[in-house]
Design a protein around this ligand. Structure first.
Ligand code: BES
Ligand code: MN
Ligand code: ZN
Length: 497
């Protein structure tokens, strides 16, 4: 989909369909007012005759639009005026795009009122409009064999109105939003694939493909023998029970100054998590195909920084394998040695994410990183703590944690900090090894982070637990694309100040 920014009166914009918003109380906002005047009061008359109530989620397509530059007019409900905030605007925009997608309309002009006091400057209004429009058109890459529904015809979307002086900034923000949307689609498509298709090798090939599409992006994939040479004993302990070979993916993007310390992004790439010998309950086990969402976020993020040519050095590291039960599989009580030489007693083979991450985080040191951020669907305990609305952030650097939380607010992809003090690490004591891989039920999301913290001493590091946010469970089951919007905002800010 192509995006354009426009300025001036929406009533004069040319296209197949103009989209405006209407509040519940029939009071016309600025844009709707301009349309009403161009139509000599026809819009007011239509509302007075109770043809459209303006409730959130409602839309009405008018096949004729006299007085306008567009052939048709789509009314979208904005809900009550006092309650018109960012969320209501997002809902209205999604409703609009969904309604357009049900028609054969190709060129739309969207002129929804901008919510006041929502911290939406021109650039964020434009970026989020592009991201959200594209997300509303996303269709799951399913493997259904029936007749494919026609893809939506919508191809050109004009967003506005912007002040004429703001047009250059708006155009750039639309391009950013469009690139974020494309990377989010890449992430969602990888995550929605079943575990028998999206294997560690498949994930690695996807990363290689991304590398081929961009200059300045170097992708290397290590096989099991090479992983062994790196002494990643914890990673190898997880993959032992699997017939699918593991992969260690490195993606290096050099867009910044030569020699400038990179930001290293680390992702959990478990392409299926059965729990191993500590086998999971059958209920909803299929959803453990999403256990590679952190890894897919890293691949998508490298795709994004390369597409936007951000002046930054960024490295992506993804440990990819399955967690399976087998005669050769790691057993509860087994003790293994991680890449840094510490011994770990694996009391629960279902706490595998931290095992592949600890070796990867240790490996990150080779890059002498400025910052390390890992993303992982790490614990069910995180879902208990925060539900599905916020990702968790745990960090050894309060400023970094704050930056991530603020990026999430701006990007509408929110995260919340959790404490990471030393007591939590003490829950990992083992009688037989330097530490155990689990710390009991209580504070499970934090003890998982405390385990990782043992490998990130001296690094500026943050861990994001995305177990509750990376996918939607139930009838709308699908990967969400989170936390890519948050990460994108963080990286774009880093690059452009
Ligand atoms: N991938 C799961 C975490 C998970 C569970 C994400 C449910 C989303 C929904 C992870 O590997 C896991 O199994 N964690 C265990 C850790 C426990 C054994 C300490 C968990 O959360 O139960
Ligand atoms: Mn697990
Ligand atoms: Zn897992």
């Amino acid at each position: 989909m192509q995006f354009e920014a426009f300025s001036g009166n929406p009533a004069a914009q040319r296209g197949d369909c103009l989209v405006i918003g209407v509040h519940e109380d029939r009071r016309l906002g600025e844009q709707a007012g301009r349309v009403d005047r161009a139509q000599r009061g026809a819009l007011q008359r239509l509302l007075k005759a109770d043809n459209f109530a303006g409730r959130a989620g409602e839309s009405l397509l008018l096949p004729e639009a006299p007085g306008l530059g567009c052939a048709r007019l789509l009314l979208v409900g904005l809900g009550a005026q006092q309650a018109y905030n960012r969320r209501a605007w997002r809902r209205a925009l999604s409703t609009a795009v969904a309604a357009l997608a049900r028609t054969r309309i190709v060129r739309a002009v969207i002129a929804l009122e901008r919510p006041a006091n929502a911290n939406l400057d021109d650039a964020y209004f434009a970026r989020l409009s592009a991201e959200l429009s594209a997300a509303s058109l996303y269709r799951i890459n399913d493997l259904k064999t029936g007749k494919r529904p026609k893809p939506p015809a919508l191809g050109k979307v004009k967003i506005g109105p912007f002040d004429a002086r703001a047009l250059p900034a708006a155009r750039r923000a639309l391009a950013d939003g469009s690139a974020i949307a494309a990377s989010t689609t890449l992430l969602r498509n990888l995550a929605n694939l079943p575990g028998n298709v999206c294997t560690p090798r498949y994930l690695a090939n996807a990363a290689v493909q991304v590398g081929r599409e961009h200059r300045g992006l170097r992708v290397k994939v290590l096989n099991e023998a090479q992983i062994r040479r790196l002494k990643m004993g914890c990673f190898l302990a997880v993959t032992r029970g699997s017939a699918e070979p593991p992969r260690f993916i490195t993606m290096e993007y050099r867009g910044g100054r030569r020699g400038a310390a990179p930001i290293v992004l680390v992702g959990k790439g478990i392409t299926f998590d059965t729990g191993g010998i500590s086998l999971k309950d059958p209920a909803a086990m299929d959803e453990m195909k999403f256990d590679m969402c952190g890894g897919a976020t890293v691949i998508a993020a490298l795709n994004l920084v390369a597409a936007l040519k951000l002046p930054l050095n960024v490295v992506g590291l993804v440990a990819a394998c399955e967690n399976m039960p087998d005669a050769r599989a790691t057993k509860p009580g087994d003790i293994v040695t991680s890449a840094d030489g510490q011994t770990v007693e694996i009391l629960n083979t279902d706490a595998e994410g931290r095992l592949i991450l600890c070796d990867t985080l240790f490996h990150a040191r080779r890059y002498e990183p400025e910052t390390v951020i890992d993303m992982a669907t790490l614990t069910g305990a995180c879902v208990v703590a925060l539900g599905h609305h916020h990702s968790a952030v745990m960090s050894n650097d309060d400023e970094l944690s704050k930056q991530l939380v603020e990026a999430g607010v701006r990007a509408d992809d929110r995260a919340w900090p959790m404490p990471l003090t030393e007591e939590y690490g003490e829950q990992l004591r083992s009688n037989f090894a330097d530490m155990a891989n689990v710390g009991g039920r209580d504070g499970g999301a934090i003890t998982a982070a405390a385990f990782l913290a043992k490998y990130t001493k001296g690094l500026r590091w943050a861990h994001m637990d995305i177990a509750g946010t990376a996918w939607v469970t139930g009838s709308a089951k699908s990967a969400t694309g989170r936390p890519l919007p948050l990460l994108a905002d963080f990286l774009i800010r880093r690059a452009r100040g």
